[in-house]
Design a protein around this ligand. Sequence first.
Ligand code: CA
Ligand code: CA
Ligand code: CA
Ligand code: CA
Length: 485
Amino acid sequence: MRLPLLGIFTAYLLLTTAAVACTAEHRTADAPATAATAAPATASAVAARERARERTKAHDFNGDGYADLVIGVPQATVNGVPQAGRVEVAYGSASGVTAGPRQIISRESRAAKEEGFGKALASGDLDHDGYADLVIAAPGDDERASSVVIVFGSAQGLSGGLVELEQPRKARGFGDRLAVGDFDGDGFDDLAVTTHYAWDTAESTWETTGTVWVTTGSRDIRTGKAGWKAVLRDVDVIADLTAGDITGDGYSDLAVFYAEDDPADEGSGAVYRGSPQGLTGPLGETFPGWDVRHLAIGDLDGDGYGDLVNESAFDEYDWYDERERELGAISVRRGSANGLIDPRTSWSMTSPGLPRAPEGTEGFGSAIAVGDVNGDGYADVAVVARRDEFSGLAAVFVLYGGPDGLSAKGSQVFDTTSAGMSADASVSGFGRTVALLDLDGDGRDELVISTRSPEQVTVLSPSGKGQTIQIVPERQEEDFGKTLR
Ligand SMILES: [Ca+2]
Ligand SMILES: [Ca+2]
Ligand SMILES: [Ca+2]
Ligand SMILES: [Ca+2]
């Protein structure tokens, strides 16, 4: 499937438009029955479905009510250019996604060597036309140019070509991290982007320095125009950032974890508050964020305030094996009208009540995702435990939210020997990344897991409803599934 973006998509559409229209209609008629089986038809169940619809909106590029799955392939060769990168899109439907052909998006003739298009992904409705738009970064590195593009959604899905955003300053590593949320509450989703290198005029070199930039969504963004404003400037490294409504006021907030050059070499976390004027803040004090690489926000306890989930790595020396064991933990801080509340609660692989991963599994929290797996309106968390990209031992845990927040009750674990998986012992790097998306529109998220070797993406239903689907790329060793959205 190496056809140009518009070419392939036109062909794809001719095949699917009729089917999509038909299933959408069927689904509307069917919706009350589905809600009844998911949970009693109470006010909270209705609210849960409304929230599921809200959450799906940011992932629904063709507006049919089903979330769509984006798979980053940042090492893909494009037009003979090595490691230029592409993304592939599998559209959701009443029966979820299939392992069949996907829409291919790349920079085609503009593809540059080693730019890693697809290394970071985000989505939301930036031009407020009712269709989610896909933001794709090609962050390059300190030697290479970087760019961020938007592909806009429509009734026909992602179409109309790539719109490249103007850059905030002479910077590189533009788009290394992305987050989308409506920070000023005007209905247009807004975009936060990091830059990781800046040009030092005095020294005539690129220096490593992180900045978070925000541009507001608008009709103008369709032309690539972006009035960038810096939210956080000139820190050493920005580990991750994520958007969500922590303060429950309807404005999306932005959580950022970053490191500064301090003697203890500890990371910090901060929440910038959304408001009619956009992001303000930070809200309250910064808080410790030691060795944090991944963040997510979801309402785990259903109180209307988004809760912050972060992973943090930690090691313990194993005297028997004479090496560091990577244990890792996830932490949850609850949201409130005034921001995050202490204390945080933490979970590791040995927390009471969690099912056991295969013996020897390490690295709890090496990837995380937040979504609603059982459709009860409480956000749930998928947590990967994996020592490194090539480990043969790996597992994905699902922990469920509830009125008291995240709990071990009913938690599950999946590995390469779970039902529907290939139990092949040569599989390594299972769970390099994960996503939770409602691809079949039943209000319960599917768990999407990518595997390093062989490169593939698995879509499974933790609630046990759907079939497990393996999505396999045409070619291996292109980093298929390095990122998911
Ligand atoms: Ca869709
Ligand atoms: Ca849009
Ligand atoms: Ca906005
Ligand atoms: Ca849930």
